[in-house]
Ligand binder design. Sequence first.
Ligand SMILES: Cc1cc2nc3c(=O)[nH]c(=O)nc-3n(C[C@H](O)[C@H](O)[C@H](O)COP(=O)(O)OP(=O)(O)OC[C@H]3O[C@@H](n4cnc5c(N)ncnc54)[C@H](O)[C@@H]3O)c2cc1C
Length: 388
Amino acid sequence: MSIDHRLDGEYEELRRTVEQFAHDVVAPKIGEFYEHDEFPYEIVREMGRMGLFGLPFPEECGGMGGDYFALCLALEELARVDSSVAITLEAGVSLGAMPIHRFGTEEQKRTWLPKLCSGEMLGAFGLTEPECGSDAGGTRTTARLDPETDEWVINGTKCFITNSGTDITGLVTVTAVTDRAEDGRPVISSIIVPSGTPGFTVSKKYSKVGWNASDTRELSFSDCRVPAANLLGELGRGYAQFLRILDEGRIAISALSTGLAQGCVDESLRYAKEREAFGRPIGANQAIQFKIADMEMRAHTARLAWRDAASRMLHGEPFKKEAALAKLYSSEIAVTSAREATQIHGGYGFMNEYPVARMWRDSKILEIGEGTSEVQRMLIARELGLTG
Ligand SMILES: Cc1cc2nc3c(=O)[nH]c(=O)nc-3n(C[C@H](O)[C@H](O)[C@H](O)COP(=O)(O)OP(=O)(O)OC[C@H]3O[C@@H](n4cnc5c(N)ncnc54)[C@H](O)[C@@H]3O)c2cc1C
């Protein structure tokens, strides 16, 4: 039994390395990319060189031999400085590469994982559609197996898909209805679609409120054909597989949210000491001190929540409820802390050149992506035995 929440040597070393990278490499450059809605290829390349995209994968697949906890530590440190690069890593690893690692055939792993782990290539996962997001079982995209060519023929549209249209995107795994059960319910499977496949169209980038240096697109499939061997995992298990991926992803989003909340503390502390009003630093006022103390309390508690969920997951214990609790709590406190940090910065907090403005804009999506706050509450209530 272990009750120590502190990090041991290797985890702490990783945390410090990523903290330094975020401070030295990301912080000075990211504002410019964000301002121009540009994907930060050079930063992502550097993250690849550091091995961040391979963190939770075994060395034989091209990974770093670490675990999901290590990934979450890296996400928290990146998001303390910037959430666009953090979500690029989160989606690349937990939505792009992880489904292939968990459910892929040996051939699929050999084909895709080395490049995904090195960060040379990004993968994406397309679940959400224009008419269904939270209710992902309502997927309308279809995939029909053509027995003559032994190919899947995919038709449909996916929306809001992260990492799906960069120059280094290599694949998107999509969920699609491959059959109907006797009671008429859709049977959903996951299929890997390589970038550039005829019939697969990537739309232009959305204009977003936040995460402006990350890539988000709508994707359409019109008689798009891929080999039958591109089925990922078992036929008809696509929905179940995706739920597992989302449970894990919630821990990662929780770590990312914690990072944003901690970044709000970092920035507010610095500003409260520097900025003077009425002849003294604004941080000398208890009203400001209490705001920052509350922000620190929230970030600390959120950190304990994601670490608890990650620890359960790594020990092979049930973690669905803890992942939902962590995601719900940390995303909501990230929004609150970003609002308070902006307030502490006064008018400068509303200027894009200040990191807190970016944090404020980036915080809202945390309550929406990878399961909205309402969905997390539904999951927690269900885990508590409440139904109906
Ligand atoms: C920047 C960005 C990146 C994204 N990246 C990806 C990605 O890489 N891959 C991917 O597949 N998706 C991605 N998404 C989609 C995201 O996961 C969905 O937007 C999210 O799951 C919510 O789905 P929705 O937008 O369809 O909202 P809806 O499901 O339509 O929900 C609308 C509102 O109704 C509420 N609601 C719905 N059902 C209930 C209920 N039963 N009870 C109470 N309230 C309910 C919701 O909580 C929400 O507040 C991304 C979205 C964004 C904005």
